[in-house]
Design a binder for this molecule. Structure first.
Ligand SMILES: C[S@@+](CC[C@H](N)C(=O)[O-])C[C@H]1O[C@@H](n2cnc3c(N)ncnc32)[C@H](O)[C@@H]1O
Length: 275
């Protein structure tokens, strides 16, 4: 028998309900959703309302606020974060990484890089390809972290649709990626030699950061744009102790640390050196 189509009218999100979710998201992640994002929030959570048979956004809010519903809250956070990313996004930063290593005598061992809002892993694996290229079998590692468990699962699998490999230099594609066959037809798998060196963990940058050790470079790209200034300051302050002296902190092209931290020195737009 055909499943009965869901003909119930979509719930409308009132201003008061929007304000509740806005505060919830900000409290947990630090992300500020402006008033213009009301339609987006309603669209992104709509499927969860239906799945949980919540008639109104207030009903769904009660569900996610229930301490027994941590899984549902995580699903809501997953849906409300924007996870857009791609391999070798903002490619100059990968040249910065190469140049930084080329100037080091000796290269610290292990050489460590953190992709601090790694989304589904493309940034962390792009970094790993560069490190495998310039440091080869030497001691190096990449940490990737994100608040969203949904993207972290994809990152750990290291399996991507073939059409997403556009930014990867052809040479790297041949050396570090495998073309999926059989059930993985149309997909590309990151080679084991890289997957073994890249570790992903859930880290909420809005909470005390776990002891991940210190890093030579930290990529904190395309996340600060979602924060207001006080939140940017809080996150950068929390991250800086994880940067080795003279290490580099890299932000996205539409971001900067002006008025955010005076503990770093800008070496070029979007690239900062720690004290
Ligand atoms: C637009 S993606 C950027 C991905 C990658 N850095 C890049 O530049 O392509 C932003 C990521 O930040 C994550 N994020 C948002 N708030 C976070 C928080 N408080 N802690 C950790 N990650 C967070 C989101 O889940 C999302 O995957």
């Amino acid at each position: 028998m055909e499943p009965t189509p869901d003909l119930s009218p979509a719930a409308t999100l009132t201003d008061a309900e929007f304000a509740q979710f806005q505060a919830l998201l900000r409290g947990i992640t630090g992300i500020h959703l402006s008033e213009f994002k009301k339609t987006l929030l309603a669209a992104r959570l709509g499927s969860r309302l239906r799945a949980r048979q919540a008639r109104t956004f207030t009903d769904y809010y009660k569900i996610v606020k229930n301490p027994q519903e941590a899984g549902e809250l995580q699903l809501a956070i997953d849906l409300l974060t924007t996870n857009e990313t791609f391999f070798f996004r903002e490619p100059e930063h990968f040249q910065v990484l190469k140049d930084y290593i080329a100037a080091l005598r000796p290269v610290p061992s292990p050489f460590r890089v953190w992709s601090a809002a790694s989304s589904s892993g493309e940034e962390a694996y792009s970094i790993a390809m560069v490190l495998a290229d310039v440091l080869g079998g030497g001691k190096w590692e990449v940490a990737g972290s994100d608040i969203s468990t949904r993207v972290l699962e994809r990152a750990r699998a290291g399996l991507y649709p073939l059409e997403r490999n556009g930014g990867i230099p052809t040479d790297y594609l041949h050396r570090f990626c495998l073309k999926g066959q059989g059930p993985q037809e149309g997909m590309m798998l990151i080679g084991k030699q890289l997957r073994e060196r890249v570790h992903f963990a859930q880290v909420n940058l809005n909470e005390p950061i776990p002891d991940l050790g210190r890093f030579d470079l930290i990529f904190l790209r395309n996340i600060l744009i979602y924060f207001q200034n006080d939140q940017k300051r809080k996150v950068v302050e929390a991250i800086l102790p994880r940067l080795k002296p003279q290490g580099l902190l890299i932000v996205g092209h539409s971001e900067n640390l002006m008025g955010v931290s005076d503990r770093v020195r800008q070496v070029r737009p979007t690239v900062y050196r720690g004290a």
